[in-house]
Design a protein around this ligand. Structure first.
Ligand code: M6R
Length: 365
């Protein structure tokens, strides 16, 4: 079943262009409208949502952090994101117009399930984004959205993460339509950009060897730091989680703006710092972060946009991604970080599909 790939993780990383094609085809109809045929929640109910609370764990929590930005930008709905394990115990304020969204690849994560049950006990509507439509979380929610990533076998979530982002983006556009926030033309322009994503991801995957070189060079590092801002702050957290769970190298992700508030003290010539710096609204701020790392002799591994010359000049290594609107960059920048985690594991002789101490679904607390 792994086909030409040595591991499910690598296969699933390389499946992402096709997963995107499948989701795009399913979610966009011929008239340029977003559709979610499996979602059994009426536009009346959705139109009355005044606030969204997202509850999820691990990689799905990182997806929730991006989802918040989409829901606020496109649907203009105030959104909070909670770790499921915190949400379930803190007696969250969730009133009638609050919709709780659970995000779970497996649909079986114990804390996320407890969170949505807690939300239902408070009479909130519950919508879940799941990759397993036959799962407990799908069954116990008022409605669900199918991530359509296809079975994910590798313990490290890769294609389910990008499928979570893409489906939440579509859902935010769906909600913006219901709420008359974006016009048809504006949505069409966004669809045009979304349609370009599969080819862009393919162009990244075609250069996987470049990332393998990074992994080889830094195989001995004890710690890694990941920095990103705005749409790519969650990417920094996700890059760090992926690396530690698969290669057992300690890694932390930070918002670039937090760097000066503590983490900068860690920088010396031995620490690789992955700087996620595509051309976006916060590009200049990320360049400042890169200069701060350089001044302290940290090793800079940069993810930047094709055509950029400033970041490659400053960095020890750089990997470029195709240009894209700001809100689509997290769907591209995470791909090289998934590859970095995979190759770091391989180079260190770790088994990526069965990382120690981890299970695919965490069905106990
Ligand atoms: O199935 P879920 O999405 O609810 O799982 C949540 C986490 O357990 C999961 O994302 C975990 O962090 C992965 N191993 C990350 O790669």
């Amino acid at each position: 079943e792994k086909g030409p790939y040595d591991h499910f993780m690598l296969k699933e990383i390389f499946e992402q262009p096709d997963v995107f094609r499948r989701i795009i085809e399913a979610r966009m109809d011929e008239k340029g409208k977003v559709r979610f045929p499996e979602m059994e929640m009426s536009n009346d109910v959705l139109g009355r949502v005044g606030r969204i609370l997202i509850t999820s764990a691990g990689t799905s929590w990182h997806a929730g952090l991006v989802g918040k930005l989409y829901f606020e930008k496109f649907a203009r709905i105030a959104t909070d994101v909670d770790l499921s394990s915190e949400f379930r115990y803190r007696n969250p304020i969730a009133e009638g117009d609050t919709m709780v969204i659970g995000i779970s690849q497996s649909g079986e994560t114990a804390d996320t399930l407890a969170g949505i049950l807690e939300a239902k006990s408070k009479f909130c509507r519950v919508l879940s984004f799941v990759n397993r439509v036959d799962s407990t979380i799908a069954r116990d929610s008022d409605a669900f959205i199918n991530l359509m990533a296809g079975p994910e076998i590798g313990v490290a979530s890769t294609k389910a993460y990008t499928a979570q982002l893409l489906n939440m983006l579509f859902f935010s556009l769906y909600m913006s339509g219901i709420r008359w926030i974006t016009q048809k033309e504006e949505r069409e322009a966004i669809f045009e950009e979304i349609r370009k994503l599969p080819v862009k991801i393919e162009s990244i995957l075609a250069r996987a060897e470049e990332i393998r070189h990074w992994a080889r060079e830094y195989i001995g590092a004890r710690d890694f730091i990941f920095l990103g801002r705005y749409y790519n702050h969650p990417t920094a957290l996700e890059g760090a989680l992926k690396l530690k769970e698969i290669s057992y190298i300690h890694a932390s992700g930070y918002a670039g703006g937090e760097f000066k508030h503590g983490p900068i003290a860690l920088i010396d010539e031995n620490i690789p710092v992955v700087c996620i710096a595509p051309k976006t609204e916060v590009y200049d701020k990320m360049v400042s972060n890169i200069q701060e790392v350089k001044a302290r002799k940290g090793k800079i591994l940069a993810i930047c946009t094709e055509g950029d010359t400033m970041v490659p000049d400053l960095a020890d290594h750089y990997f470029h991604i195709p240009a894209a609107p700001d809100f689509l960059t997290p769907l591209l920048t995470v791909i090289p970080l998934q590859l970095l985690a995979y190759y770091a594991a391989i180079e260190r002789g770790c088994e990526p599909d069965q990382p120690r101490n981890l299970a695919k679904s965490v069905t106990v607390e």
